[in-house]
Design a protein around this ligand. Structure first.
Ligand code: 1PX
Length: 214
């Protein structure tokens, strides 16, 4: 386990995702990014074999953070305001990546798809047998979600990386939430929030026909 593992607690990540949905059922960008940053930190603790994944996630987080630090920061307060602003101002490449290769909408969509994998992976962990393999849970949920958007070479590299994941119970303990049972309970508490964030975003993107942004 690499340096920094002991400072990670799944709890902080969960708090971030529970803070994402506003009273108006909008998805707040800052806690969403904070949640992903916590996950990336955890991923980095699992070993350098995951670096190519965390680098891509960091790049995407930073693209959106840059919008949040720009003059247009208010437009990027929620996913709803971001979609409205970028579409109204022609800032999204709808057919082909060209003038706006790093729009907030296309970048957020990549994280949103990864959130779907995360939701399934955490549910798989939560409901798995004590001695089940995290690598199997990970690859089955990846194949059923994110892999559909990745080229062969990425799928292959991801498959190799998954092999180093520890058993389910060791993995649960690495989360620093307490015992494996306590980690499972925590997942049960957190998953509804993650599902809600996913659902709201999915509906928004579907409504604006943005689910296939290049
Ligand atoms: C408590 C348990 C938490 C586990 C934490 C895991 C954090 C995982 C963070 C994954 C973030 C992945 C973002 C991927 C975004 C993406 O799909 N990018 C691709 C498309 O982008 P583009 O700009 O080209 O359209 C890009 O091609 C991706 C490249 C990197 C490979 C992504 C593989 C994702 C595998 C996800 C499984 C992570 C395994 C974690 C093991 C626990």
């Amino acid at each position: 386990m690499a340096e920094g593992a002991e400072t990670f607690s799944l709890r902080e990540v969960l708090v971030a995702f529970t803070a994402c949905v506003s009273e108006q059922r909008e998805v707040r960008v800052d806690p969403y990014l904070a949640g992903w940053k916590g996950l990336v930190r955890f991923l980095n603790c699992l070993g350098t074999i995951f670096s190519f994944i965390s680098k891509d996630a960091v790049t995407k987080i930073e693209i959106i953070e840059n919008y949040r630090n720009s003059d247009q920061r208010d437009k990027y307060l929620t996913v709803q305001s971001m979609v409205e602003y970028e579409l109204a101002n022609g800032l999204v490449d709808l057919q082909k990546r060209s003038e706006h290769p790093n729009s907030g909408c296309r970048t957020f969509l990549r994280l949103h798809r990864a959130l779907h994998w995360l939701q399934m992976f955490l549910e798989g962990l939560r409901t798995g047998e004590d001695n089940s393999k995290t690598s199997v849970i990970c690859s089955e949920t990846y194949d059923a979600s994110l892999a559909n958007y990745h080229p062969w070479i990425i799928r292959k590299a991801a498959g190799v990386a998954f092999c180093v994941l520890p058993t389910r119970n060791t993995f649960l303990e690495t989360m620093n939430v307490g015992t494996a049972e306590e980690a499972v309970a925590m997942l049960g508490d957190a998953l509804p929030y993650i599902c809600e964030v996913y659902k709201i975003t999915e509906e928004l993107y579907a409504q604006h026909k943005l689910l296939d942004l290049p």
